[in-house]
Design a protein around this ligand. Structure first.
Ligand code: F6R
Ligand code: MG
Ligand code: MG
Length: 367
């Protein structure tokens, strides 16, 4: 009999400590307390609560499948309880990502970020959960491409029998609300036409050619939900490793390159995505630079054996140093592009108000 297990990673910024830089321990305790009792009742198999910057990350395993109302409602209620605690402590931006007044069946589209997958646990099931702060949902496009389609990153694409056939990418156009699938390596160039534009086309999932899910990301774009800037998406992603999937080291390798992502100060600047240990994911310099953390687990009948803090490794020191060097260069551009996002990308920040205010003062240039 197949024994399916669902992994749900649901996250929200419900209040920062101090400013937008980190998480207060009391919020983690509130979330843990609630999940502990739900676990005792048997509604979930296991959980881990952590944070990346000002984002509260709920990692849960259960047997209810993806998009399950009970699980989504549970996460929503935890975020509400944590918001209450954040209000009590007067933390910054309490309830920031809870864009709806009350829960309405599926937490997607209500503010929090969601990444889920239902799997049949393998003989041994290593997984990596990636979580980022001060950046947007498109931040996983390049890393997922490298893990699953770039032989310069993943040696297994060439020399591992199980990976040689390539993978299938599910890409969402989050502006038109459409999706498309690309097979790699056959359609590599077509895939790149779209996912290179990571503000609009997001890699939602990757599967092996036999259909088995390998990776799933959160694609919620807060600004598209709210119609204005209300904070950055700060996405999460689940990746299965080893065997027919990339090795743990192939999943982490893309983060040795200081990828330039959108986010950072006021969600309006490009900056390098710095891989760091959970304890170091507390962005303070110019509210950044953007961070990515990775927790590794072995699943054992749905139990999360771990975590291992995978970027807490001197092997990533040079990546961090490169990020700081790049951060210096970009910061020196101040309000100029390409540090500041281009006009179209600033559409959802305060810029429209400034433009409106000055609208009348623009006059025709005489011939
Ligand atoms: C970026 C972020 C911060 C804030 C900035 C201003 O994702 O969260 O950089 O945008 O600190 O915050 P407010 O507008 O809340 O004062
Ligand atoms: Mg915040
Ligand atoms: Mg955040």
């Amino acid at each position: 009999m197949k024994n399916e297990i669902t992994l749900s990673v649901i996250k929200a910024d419900v209040g920062g400590f101090v400013g937008h830089s980190a998480m207060h321990d009391d919020l983690i305790e509130v979330a843990k307390g609630r999940l502990d009792s739900v676990k005792t009742q048997g509604s979930i198999v296991d959980f881990l609560v952590t944070s990346c910057g000002d984002d509260l990350e709920l990692i849960m395993t259960h047997n209810k499948g993806v998009d399950n109302k009970d699980i989504h409602q549970l996460a929503w209620e935890i975020f509400e309880a944590c918001t209450e605690k954040a209000r009590e402590l007067k933390l910054y931006g309490a309830g920031q990502d809870l864009l709806a007044d009350s829960f309405s069946g599926n937490i997607k589209g209500m503010g929090p970020g969601v990444s889920e997958m239902e799997i049949v646990e393998r003989e041994s099931e290593p997984i990596i959960i990636l979580m980022a702060d001060k950046t947007s949902a498109g931040a996983w496009n390049m890393p997922l491409y490298k893990m699953f389609a770039d032989p310069f990153n993943s040696a297994g694409l060439i020399i591992a029998e199980g990976m040689h056939a390539g993978f299938r990418f599910e890409v969402h156009d989050v502006k038109a609300n459409k999706r498309i699938y690309f097979d790699t390596p056959e359609e590599l160039y077509d895939l790149l036409v779209f996912i290179g534009a990571a503000g609009r086309y997001l890699v939602k999932s990757v599967s092996a050619k036999d259909g088995e899910i390998a990776a799933a990301s959160s694609t919620q774009r807060l600004s598209l939900i709210a119609g204005k800037y209300v904070g950055k998406d700060d996405p999460v992603c689940i990746v299965r490793c080893q065997g027919k999937f990339p090795a743990v080291g192939e999943v982490l390798e893309p983060f040795t390159m200081p990828q330039i992502v959108e986010g950072w100060m006021r969600g309006s600047h490009y900056g390098p995505l710095m891989p760091c240990a959970v304890q170091k994911a507390t962005p303070s310099r110019f509210d950044g630079p953007p961070r990515v953390i990775s927790l590794g687990f072995q699943l054992a009948n749905g139990h999360l054996i771990g975590p291992r803090d995978m970027f807490d490794d001197p092997g990533f020191d040079e990546a961090r140093r490169l990020c700081n060097t790049l951060a210096d260069t970009l910061r020196r551009h101040g309000p100029f592009e390409p540090h500041r996002l281009p006009m179209e990308e600033l559409e959802y920040t305060t810029l429209p108000q400034v433009m409106d205010k000055l609208g009348d003062r623009w006059e025709e240039i005489p011939e």
